[in-house]
Design a protein around this ligand. Sequence first.
Ligand SMILES: Cc1ncc(COP(=O)(O)O)c(C=O)c1O
Length: 420
Amino acid sequence: MNQRSQERLALTGGVPVRERPFPAWPVHDHREAEALVETLDDPKWGIDSPRVERFESEFAAFQGAPYAVSCANGTVALEIALAALGIGPGDEVILPAYTFVATATAVVMAGATPIFADIEAQTYNMDPGHVAALITPRTRAILPVHFAGASADMDQILALAERHGLAVLEDAAQAVCSEWSGRRVGSLGEVGTFSFQSSKNMTAGEGGMVVTASEEAYRRVRSYQNCGRMIGGEWYRHYVPASNHRISAFQAAVLSVQLTRVEEQTARREASAAYLAERIKGEVPGIGVMSYPEQVTRNACHLFLMRYDPEEWNGIPKSRFIAGLRAEGIPCSPGYMLPLYEQDLFALDRVRQRPGRFGEAWRTVDYRADRLPNTERACYQEAIWLPQFVLLGERADMDTIVVAMLKLRGRMDELAAASD
Ligand SMILES: Cc1ncc(COP(=O)(O)O)c(C=O)c1O
């Protein structure tokens, strides 16, 4: 413990454990700058840009997927993927209730019905046992999220899908570089999607990708990404109703450079996460860490997850602990505040009052009827997220996180009496 750990909490006016910021994000240097300037001189800034094609090939190779199609963001990547799988009204898609809202709204936008599964307590990934219980004759697809960068249990999910004749769409928005049993995620099922939004492990501010191992799916994905055109078809021939989701050459230029750093940054995050987890397990009471199966051979570590136990902290709510930790100079967040079925858009009484969009079936489900205990515990009591750039720091930076938590621990009465 350093000397500051003995002092008053920063939340009540003491000196913070750390005043130095963690590494800045996004990481960029002269290479992004040069790529952007070079792109200005390209004859093509968008349609048919060789830079966009090159980035798609690089990303496909990196992620071990035969095909990749870039698009505007991770949300439309999901929408395109669902359209390409032919999912629509009357179909049910099973996804976790603990994820970013886009995983569910993409299903609604397809006119299909999202069905929420609980998460596993140890990984916060979708619980395959609960998925199995939710399968009905209307189920068409399983949509696992590789949450925080760690792969969902793809052995069990793929086995279930095969047994019931379902498609698997992987939401890998947070999981570039992640592996399950030595294989990169995204094309383990039929289709997978990624996000390059500004907080993600590689970014151009916005951006997304759809990957697949199936040539047929690839052709459909390309069509839904590009106004319903067909590969090799004439420019003004359109075969399916679809929007324009293309990215520009400038985004591709930045993303090609960002991709070259992902291996090294992932290794650094994984090392920091392993060290931090060990220290927390050994030294900080009332804070749990995740425990992943051995098949998670590579973890993108998009977030470092902690499990706060309010009982072990004299009933101090998670929000106060987070306020205390932030005041000590540790960036952290409570994460998703609500299970998706508690979001207004899924509340039956309110949904019924709105004019019908995106079909009817999902509007008749009483999503709040079945409460999901692990999801609720994560949202309301337990989950604390550290963002990925924290893990790009040195060991000494990880040490300050532990010191800050021990400082809060040593002054629990003061923390209990403080306001958030
Ligand atoms: C799990 C998950 N799915 C989908 C998305 C949507 O990606 P985007 O913000 O690029 O639309 C995100 C991130 O924002 C995400 O974390």
